[in-house]
Design a protein around this ligand. Sequence first.
Ligand code: GSH
Length: 149
Amino acid sequence: MKLYYHPYSNNCRRVIAVIRHLGINVELQAVDFETGEHQSDAFLKLNPNGKVPVLEAGDFALSESNAIMAYLASEPDNDLWPKDNRRYDIMRWFNWEAAHFQCQAVGAVGYQRLVVPMFGGTSQRLCQETATFDAPGCPARKEAGLSRS
Ligand SMILES: N[C@@H](CCC(=O)N[C@@H](CS)C(=O)NCC(=O)O)C(=O)O
């Protein structure tokens, strides 16, 4: 198995933490945002959203860190992804994190204050919605070099 990741990505870090916790053998392949590798045709075939992390397992490609963590933890017997109802409690927190923490709390501020300057962008304008920043047409996103056009 291979994990496409970026070293600064918190979404990748938690997948890597799961890999290390479970002690499974996954090759790590860094994706170069600066050259736009995540927007290349080859990468977009793995994840049409053009985002890391992506796990490649044979001909199966899986994106979304929460799904990848559940996939990785589903095989070996472990304490991370229990087979009883606690699994659904974990899913609850996965959903809470995606809908509220990542998107609303960390997303907008983190992207604009950390990611945009990190990739050479100058915009410090906060998009009203993180979803706006995620849209390819968002000016701040283009300034950060994260969009193709
Ligand atoms: N919900 C996704 C978010 C993935 C994501 O936003 N990845 C960022 C790095 S943390 C990325 O690849 N950004 C590149 C871009 O937006 O162009 C997940 O949990 O995996």
